[in-house]
Design a protein around this ligand. Structure first.
Ligand SMILES: *[C@@H]1O[C@H](CO)[C@@H](O)[C@H](O)[C@H]1NC(C)=O
Ligand SMILES: *[C@@H]1O[C@H](CO)[C@@H](O)[C@H](O)[C@H]1NC(C)=O
Length: 652
C-alpha cells in the first residue's frame, strides 16, 4: 500500500518579474497643466509610446465650465499613422462631448468610430441543463492517475511502473524495461507503456516510455509549455522528468534532479517562472526548481513535520500562490501563509476542524477566481477546502475494512485578510478523493471520488458518481447545483481536466495493486467527457466565438490587449459588463488535487462594435506574475455565463 504522510508548501516572490518584452519604449510626462483657468487639459497625465512614429497619449482632466473635453481620458495609439482615441466624460451643459465614451480607430486614413458599450451587468442566462456525459474512448491503455493538458492540445497521462502492467504495449522497436522479479530472481522484461499522449481532438493515444517510476509524483507546465514532473517512487523519488509540447517528443528523465526524495509532493509555479516543490513522505522541506539548473535552494519546513499524524494525513499538501506573492499551504487541518524565499511564515490561519483534508483522507482544495475587475493592487484571494475524512479513517479502512463516511463540509477562507475566519456550509453529498476544478465561467466543479473510506488500494466504497457545480458568488444555500451522474466509478487514482471547449475530460481510477479487468471496481482506462450545464445547446445562440486571427495571443504584463469575438444573439443591449474574459493555466492533476490551478477574471476596458454581431474587447493583461505566473493559458470569453471555446495565449 502505498503511502501516506506529509507535505506542504510554498511561496513566492513577486518582485517585479519580467518587464514586458516590448520593443516599445515608454515614457510618462508629468503634468504641467494643473489648475488652469482656461479651457484646456486639466489634471493631466500623459503617456507616450513611440515606435517608428507611433504615439500614445492618455489625458485626464476634471470637468470644465467651457465646452470641451471634460473628465477626459484620451488614448492615442498610432502605428504608421494610425490613431485611436477614447474619450470619457460626465455630461456637460454646453455643447461638446458629455457623458461620453468615444473610440476612434483609424487605419491609413480610413477612419471609423464606435461607442464603447457601457451599462450594468445583466444576470447570467438561465439553463435547466444538468450536464451530459459522453464516453469518448473505450480503452486509453494506461489508467490516467496523473495528467496535464499541454498547449498542443495533448494530455500527457501516466500511472506507475510498479504494476509492471497496463493495457498498452510500448511501440515496436522501443527497448522494454527490464527488472529482477522479487520471488524468482529472474530478469524479466516489462514491455507495457506506463505513459500516454492523448489527443483531445481525435481521442487517439500514443504510448510513451518512462524509465524511472513517477508513481504519486507532482508536476506542472513550465513557461514554454513543457511538462515538468517531480518525485515518485524508488528510482523515481528524486527524478525530474520533462516532455515538451511537440510532435514526437519523448520523456527526458534526470534521476538526480531533486535535492530530496519526494513521494507525494506538491509542485506549483512561482511568479518568476520557477517551480516550488513541497513535501513528500517524510520530506519536511521544500525546494525551488528550474529545469537545467542545479543551484536551487532547499529549505527546511517544520510545518510539514508538525502536521503529520499516525495516518500521515498531510501528504500532497494544498499549495496556492496568493495574490500578495506569498504561498498558502494547507496540510491535514492547518494552514499557513509562507514567504518561501525568506523561509518565513507570515500568517497562521485558524485550524479547520472536522477532520483531515489531505492524502490519504483526501479532501479537495482550489483558489476561488481572482477578480481583477477593480483597481485593488492586491485583489483578495480566497481558498476553498472541502470533504476529506476523519483522521483515523485510513487506518480503519486498512486494518478493519471499515469504511467511514467521508466529510460533507465545504469551507472558505480569505487568505489575504489579516484576520480571517473559515466560513462553512455543507455540500449536497459526501466526498473523498474528488477533483475540484475551476471552470471558465468562474464556477467550480466537484467530480469523481467516493462517499466512504479514503485513498489507497481497496480503501473506499460507494463511488460518488454525481458532479456538483458550485457558484462562489451566490449566497450560502444557493451555491450548489447537482449535475447528472456518470455510470463509471472514479475513485482512487482518477483524474479530470478542463478542456479548451469547456468540457471536462475524466479518466483513471484503479483501486488495485495491478490492472484488474473483472471486479466491482475494475481498473479504468475508459475516458469520458462531461459537459457542464453551460454547454447546453439552448445557450449556443448566446455563445461567443473568438476570432483567433484577429485577437492577441501574447499578453504582456500590465498592457492592454484586444480580443475579437462574435455572438449570434444578445438579449437587449450588450455592455462590456456582460462579458468576462477569464484565463486558466492547465494544472497538473493527481490524487484529487489540481496543482497550479487558478482562474483569473481580467479587467475589461472598452467594448466596441466591430461589425454587427462582432465585437472588439480591450482588456488589461494581468499586472504581474504574482497574479498569473508566466506561461500558457486558456483564454475564454464568457457572455453572461455562457463561455466561448478557449484560445491558447501566452502570458509574459
Ligand atoms: C473599423 O476599423 C477596424 C480596424 O481598422 C476594422 O477592422 C473594421 O472593419 C472597421 N469597422 C467598420 C464598421 O468599418
Ligand atoms: C487536527 O489534526 C490533528 C492530527 O490529525 C488532530 O490531532 C487534532 O485534534 C485536529 N484538530 C482539530 C481542531 O480538529
Amino acid at each position: 500500500m502505498h503511502g501516506k504522510v506529509l507535505w506542504i508548501v510554498l511561496l513566492l516572490a513577486f518582485a517585479g518579474h519580467a518587464a514586458p518584452k516590448s520593443h516599445r519604449y515608454d515614457f510618462a510626462l508629468g503634468n504641467p497643466y494643473q489648475d488652469q483657468e482656461q479651457p484646456g487639459l486639466g489634471d493631466t497625465d500623459v503617456g507616450i509610446n513611440g515606435d517608428n512614429g507611433n504615439g500614445n497619449a492618455n489625458l485626464e482632466s476634471p470637468a470644465q465650465e467651457q465646452p470641451g473635453l471634460g473628465d477626459t481620458d484620451v488614448a492615442i495609439n498610432g502605428d504608421n499613422g494610425n490613431g485611436n482615441v477614447n474619450l470619457e466624460g460626465p455630461a456637460q451643459e454646453q455643447p461638446g462631448l458629455g457623458d461620453t465614451d468615444v473610440a476612434i480607430n483609424s487605419d491609413n486614413g480610413n477612419g471609423n468610430a464606435s461607442a464603447s458599450l457601457e451599462g450594468p451587468a445583466k444576470a447570467d442566462f438561465e439553463t435547466t441543463s444538468i450536464g451530459n456525459w459522453d464516453l469518448v474512448n473505450q480503452d486509453s491503455g494506461v489508467s490516467a492517475m496523473q495528467i496535464n493538458l499541454l498547449p498542443n492540445n495533448k494530455i500527457i497521462a501516466y500511472d506507475t511502473k510498479t504494476y509492471r502492467k497496463s493495457r498498452l504495449l510500448l511501440p515496436p522497436g522501443v527497448t522494454c524495461l527490464s527488472f529482477v522479479d522479487d520471488k524468482t530472481k529472474e530478469l524479466i522484461n516489462d514491455c507495457w507503456a506506463h505513459s500516454i499522449e492523448y489527443d483531445i481532438q481525435t481521442n487517439n493515444v500514443i504510448p510513451l516510455k518512462m524509465e524511472s517510476d513517477p508513481w504519486c509524483s507532482a508536476g506542472g507546465l513550465a513557461t514554454d509549455g513543457t511538462l515538468v514532473g517531480t518525485g515518485g517512487f524508488l528510482d523515481g523519488e528524486q527524478t525530474v522528468r520533462s516532455i515538451g509540447a511537440c510532435e514526437g517528443c519523448q520523456w527526458q528523465e534526470n534521476v538526480n534532479g531533486l535535492k530530496e526524495r519526494r513521494w507525494y509532493p506538491t509542485q506549483i509555479i512561482l511568479p518568476g517562472g520557477e517551480f516550488l516543490v513541497v513535501g513528500g513522505r517524510r520530506a519536511f522541506s521544500y525546494e525551488f526548481l528550474r529545469l537545467g539548473r542545479t543551484d536551487q535552494k532547499l529549505s527546511f519546513f517544520p510545518f510539514l513535520y508538525e502536521t503529520t499524524d499516525l495516518d500521515e494525513n498531510n501528504l500532497y499538501p494544498f499549495v496556492h500562490l496568493s495574490t500578495d506573492g506569498n504561498v498558502f499551504v494547507f496540510a491535514n487541518n492547518r494552514s499557513v501563509l509562507l514567504d518561501p524565499y525568506a523561509n518565513k511564515i507570515v500568517r497562521t490561519f485558524p485550524v479547520l476542524p472536522g477532520g483531515s483534508r489531505n492524502y490519504p483522507a483526501s479532501g479537495m482544495s482550489a483558489l476561488l477566481p481572482i477578480k481583477l475587475t477593480t483597481d485593488n493592487s492586491t485583489p483578495p484571494a480566497e481558498v476553498i477546502v472541502c470533504g476529506g475524512n476523519q483522521n483515523n479513517a485510513f487506518r480503519l479502512a486498512e486494518t478493519k475494512k471499515e469504511f467511514v463516511p467521508a466529510l460533507r463540509d465545504c469551507n472558505r477562507i480569505v487568505i489575504t485578510d489579516p484576520n480571517p475566519k473559515w466560513e462553512t456550509e455543507d455540500m449536497p453529498s459526501r466526498r473523498t478523493m474528488g477533483d475540484l476544478l475551476n471552470l471558465p465561467t468562474g464556477e467550480l466543479l466537484f467530480v469523481n471520488g467516493a462517499q466512504r473510506g479514503t485513498a489507497a488500494w481497496w480503501d473506499a466504497e460507494e463511488p460518488n458518481f454525481t458532479p456538483v457545480l458550485y457558484n462562489p458568488d451566490k449566497p450560502q444555500g444557493e451555491r450548489f447545483k447537482v449535475m447528472k451522474a456518470s455510470q463509471i466509478a472514479r475513485m482512487y487514482h482518477s483524474s479530470s481536466a478542463l478542456l479548451p471547449d469547456g468540457k471536462i475530460w475524466v479518466g483513471g481510477s484503479n483501486t488495485h495493486q495491478t490492472y484488474v479487468d473483472n471486479d466491482r471496481f475494475p481498473t479504468e482506462t475508459r475516458i469520458e467527457n462531461f459537459s457542464p450545464s453551460y454547454l447546453d445547446a439552448e445557450l449556443d445562440k448566446y455563445r461567443p466565438a473568438i476570432d483567433e486571427a484577429a485577437s492577441a495571443k501574447i499578453l504582456n504584463y500590465g498592457q492592454e490587449f484586444q480580443t475579437v469575438f462574435s455572438i449570434n444573439e444578445v438579449d437587449g443591449e450588450l455592455s462590456k459588463s456582460d462579458i468576462k474574459v477569464t484565463i486558466y493555466p492547465p494544472p497538473f492533476t493527481t490524487h484529487g488535487y489540481s496543482m497550479g490551478q487558478r482562474l483569473v477574471i481580467l479587467k475589461n476596458l472598452n467594448l466596441n462594435v466591430e461589425t454587427p454581431g462582432t465585437y472588439r474587447l480591450f482588456s488589461s493583461a494581468p499586472p504581474s506574475g504574482v497574479i498569473a505566473p508566466p506561461g500558457y493559458y486558456l483564454l475564454f470569453v464568457v457572455h453572461r455565463g455562457v463561455p466561448s471555446k478557449a484560445m491558447w495565449v501566452q502570458i509574459q
